[in-house]
Design a protein. Structure first.
Length: 112
C-alpha cells in the first residue's frame, strides 16, 4: 500500500483483496448488477434528507477533497470544467456514498 495520500492507486490493495475473496469474475457478475439497479433506483428519488449542518459539512469535505487532488489531475480536469462544477460533482459523489451506506444499513442491498 502506498504511503502517499495523493497516489491514485492507494486503494489497489483493497481491490486486490476483494477480488481474491470474491473469486475471479464473480465481482462483476454478482455484485455489479445489484449495485447498478440500486443506483438507477436512487436516481429516481430525492437525495437523502440531511440537516443543514450535514450539507455544510459535505460541502466542506468536497472542498478538502478538491484541494487534495493531485495537481496534475486537477489541471487536466479544470481544462474541461470550472472549480465550482468539480466541487459540486465531488459533493454529489459523497451524497451517493452516503445514500449507499444508508442502503447497506437499511437492507436495500442485502442481496450483496
Amino acid at each position: 500500500m502506498s504511503d502517499q495520500p495523493n497516489d491514485p492507486n492507494w486503494l489497489d490493495e483493497f481491490e486486490d483483496l476483494a477480488n481474491r475473496e470474491l473469486a475471479a469474475g464473480s465481482s462483476c457478475e454478482q455484485v455489479h448488477p445489484i449495485v447498478e439497479r440500486w443506483y438507477r433506483d436512487l436516481l429516481q428519488t430525492e437525495p437523502p434528507d440531511s440537516r443543514d449542518s450535514i450539507m455544510q459539512a459535505m460541502a466542506c469535505l468536497s472542498t478538502e477533497i478538491l484541494y487534495d487532488t493531485p495537481q496534475e489531475m486537477l489541471d487536466e480536469v479544470l481544462k474541461m470544467v470550472d472549480e465550482d462544477v468539480l466541487a459540486g460533482f465531488i459533493e454529489y459523489v459523497l451524497m451517493i456514498g452516503r445514500a449507499f451506506e444508508r442502503g447497506l444499513q437499511n437492507g436495500d442491498l442485502d442481496d450483496l
